[in-house]
Design a protein around this ligand. Structure first.
Ligand code: ADP
Ligand code: MG
Length: 286
């Protein structure tokens, strides 16, 4: 499924004294099977944007096209879009509510009007996809789980609706390093094995640079940079001028280049970075 955002603008409280423009002419596209990273500091408009993409918020101006069709054109279309574009909200564990993991994950598919057998099958499948053993987890209370497990249950709840696109809003925020790693590994598997189209929102450049094929950087509701990780992170001067931090390795390369080192504009891979630095050191001492 191809997503096209065209000139999206969103104003909270339009016409009121506290009116606030959260998005200002945002355009981009996401291809079928692509892994897109959406980066920006707090308040840059990321959550507003992803809620428009799944039809929860209606843009003040602009369009969202799914395979060429404007999702805001007809009401009937919008309810379908919410099942097709699965959105995992920021702090999704706040939305866990049922007594058992099973009931929680079953909520979405039941809402779609599926029968009990199909619901059961989907819950099981979804739990397996996020690496939670259904036998072990289905009867547990969501509140007894670790932070990372709660997030995985929330992701399973969306996967159980079999969306064609998965959007994750700051899905690792507030987790410990182990929980983060586990979630990121699962998301990577969903992309590689299930061929899921993924839009991952984050303010963590390292996390995004390791996974995304395309990066969009938002600032103050506008796209300031977009492209492949190599394209985006080779623009160190633009990123730093926007008050954003580069990922660790590109930041090191950018700093070394500013000190006069003869290095490529950017490198993302640690091994390659080590090789180039060694080479430059040998050259300098030779
Ligand atoms: P991000 O997810 O990047 O932190 P948001 O999309 O949440 O950004 O917010 C973008 C801007 O819109 C911010 O200035 C924020 O204060 C404002 N905003 C977000 N939600 C609301 C709301 N419900 N009412 C009013 N303003 C809001
Ligand atoms: Mg947000």
């Amino acid at each position: 499924m191809r997503i096209e955002a065209k000139d999206l603008t969103y104003i909270y409280g339009a016409g009121l004294p506290w009116e606030r423009k959260a998005l200002d002419g945002v355009s981009f596209s996401v291809e079928e099977g692509e892994f897109v990273g959406l980066i920006g500091e707090t308040g840059s408009g990321k959550s507003t944007l992803v809620q428009i993409l799944n039809g929860i918020l209606r843009p003040t101006a602009g369009e969202v096209l799914l395979d060429g069709i404007n999702i805001f054109k007809e009401k009937a279309l919008l309810s379908k879009v919410r099942f097709q574009i699965g959105l995992i909200f920021q702090f999704p564990e706040q939305q866990l509510f049922a007594e058992t993991v099973f009931e929680d994950v079953a909520f979405g598919p039941r809402n779609m009007g599926l029968g009990p057998e199909e619901v059961s099958r989907r819950v099981e499948e979804a739990l397996l996809k996020v690496g939670l053993n259904p036998l072990q987890f289905r009867n547990r209370s969501p509140f007894s789980l670790s932070g990372g497990e709660k997030r995985l249950v929330a992701i399973a709840g969306v996967l159980a609706m079999k969306p064609r696109v998965l959007i994750l809003d700051e899905v690792t925020a507030g987790l410990d390093p182990k929980g983060k790693k586990e979630i990121l590994a699962r998301i990577q598997l969903l992309h590689q094995k299930e061929k899921a189209t993924i839009i991952m929102v984050s303010h963590d450049m390292d996390e995004i640079s390791a996974l995304a094929q395309k990066i969009i950087i938002l600032k103050g509701g506008r796209v300031v940079l977009s492209g492949t990780p190599e394209e985006v992170f080779s623009r160190g001067e633009v990123i730093e001028a926007q008050g954003l931090a580069l990922p660790t390795i590109p930041k090191l390369f950018y700093s070394l280049k500013q000190c006069g080192w003869d290095l490529p504009a950017t490198v993302l891979d640690l091994k390659e970075a080590c090789r180039l630095i060694k080479k430059e050191l040998t050259r300098a001492s030779g």
